[in-house]
Ligand binder design. Structure first.
Ligand code: FES
Length: 406
């Protein structure tokens, strides 16, 4: 039978053998493409191309919650479920399954497949596969890496601690992101599906040992995007708090804020989060889509509105006593042909709270935007001046010479 399937093949004239599609992405079906798109999304050189797959396929039998169905072979479990009428979304909804990264890293789409928790976006269907959609009996999993100390910290690290020369924070990085930023600063983590996933307990234990080893009080998780797998993240912080009950311990979440609804924030505070680094990618929808690569306007709008609402909600309810908040702004002149927009961005944050910490990140040529220049020191200094003029009192800019604080 022939359906409108796609497959992904390497365009050798663009491939520079960087190893992303073989070392970072773990292909779930190397002998024949199942159309999961992980390599296509991860390749920094866009050297993987999408073509129609009109080859003949047999039908295979799978069972979902005990009911037997026939689906075409060489597709992902997620695609099979979609063919059977299940709905997957990129913003959590009741009655729908959630698949925010679609690259096998976050495990938010995971189902019990032949008795094991596996990402449905990254697992091929096979004859006889048994799938259960109720995963509540299994401990959540996620790919997390890079358990290391850091001397600077992130957006949610208070500026007075951002001194160079010694470690102030230990951090780990979760794979998978719901955004597709062409300037992704951490794409080796974001698109990584090659590591063994960890339970929340395992990750909290590793991060705590890192704290003990390097003698710091701050424990952070960044990404990728940590908030994609809510159950995993809540358990991670709960476990981390249990292992670090002392008052000096600061539990820090670095997030793009696009999924941070009010009840999610309340839950994070309840399990012990003390510091949030909230990236606000943009003031307006056009710039948000340009920076994040989200082409679906409605989805982009939802993400953007959720981010701004999250920041306001944290300031109104938890800041500064329960939560230290830092707001991240990405800057490159490629996103800001007019500096007026940046001024208005600052003005809107200042209306929420003029004293909140704002960290401007100098976006470098990375991932799929190697064509842009890293902002110069003087340019970043000018950005700082503009944001201060807009009413912000605590602006830190990341520059080629390190962070310049207020
Ligand atoms: S959506 Fe499948 S692993 Fe993230």
């Amino acid at each position: 039978m022939v359906l409108g399937f796609k497959k992904y093949v390497k365009n050798s004239s663009k491939c520079v053998n960087c190893g992303t599609c073989s070392l970072i992405v773990s292909c779930p079906s190397p002998h024949r493409c199942i159309g999961c798109r992980s390599c296509y999304l991860a390749c920094p050189n866009k050297a993987i191309i999408e073509i129609p797959d009109q080859s003949d396929r047999k039908m295979v039998e799978i069972s979902i919650d005990g009911a037997v169905h026939k689906v075409p072979e060489y597709i992902t479990v997620k695609q099979a479920l979609e063919l059977l009428g299940f709905r997957f979304t990129k913003f959590p909804e009741k009655e729908a399954l959630f698949s925010p990264c679609e690259t096998g890293g976050c495990f938010a789409c995971a189902l019990i497949i032949d008795g094991e928790l596996k990402p449905s976006c990254h697992t091929p269907v096979m004859d006889g596969l048994r799938i259960k959609t109720d995963i509540s009996s299994h401990e959540p999993l996620r790919i997390v890496e890079g358990f290391q100390p850091h001397p600077v910290g992130g957006v949610g690290t208070p500026y007075w601690l951002k001194r160079r020369g010694y470690y102030i924070e230990v951090a780990c990085f979760s794979a998978g992101c719901n955004l597709r930023c062409p300037t992704c600063q951490n794409f080796h983590v974001t698109y990584n599906s090659s590591l063994k996933p960890l339970t929340s307990r395992e990750a909290a234990k590793l991060l705590t040992s890192c704290r003990v080893r390097f003698g710091v009080d701050r424990l952070a998780i960044s990404g990728g995007e940590p908030t994609l797998n809510r159950r995993w993240l809540i358990e991670f912080f709960r476990e981390l708090k249990g292992r670090n009950p002392d008052k000096k311990a600061r539990l820090h979440l670095d997030t793009n804020t696009t999924l941070l609804t009010q009840d999610y924030i309340d839950e994070l505070v309840e399990v012990g989060v003390t510091d949030i680094g909230a990236d606000l990618k943009a003031l307006d929808l056009d710039t948000f889509q340009l920076i994040t690569g989200i082409s679906d306007k409605n989805l982009a709008r939802k993400y953007l509105e959720t981010s701004w609402r999250a920041v306001k909600y944290i300031v109104d309810n938890y800041y500064p006593d329960e939560i230290f908040l830092g707001i991240g702004i990405p800057y490159n002149r490629a996103f800001y042909p007019s500096i007026e927009k940046l001024y208005r961005f600052g003005e809107k944050i200042a209306k929420i709270d003029p004293d909140v910490q704002v960290v401007v990140l100098d976006y470098r040529p990375e991932f799929r935007r190697r064509d842009i220049d890293r902002p110069s020191f003087n340019e970043m200094f000018e950005v700082k001046r503009i944001l201060e003029e807009s009413g912000l009192n605590t602006v830190i800019v990341q520059t080629i010479y390190g962070h310049i604080g207020p």
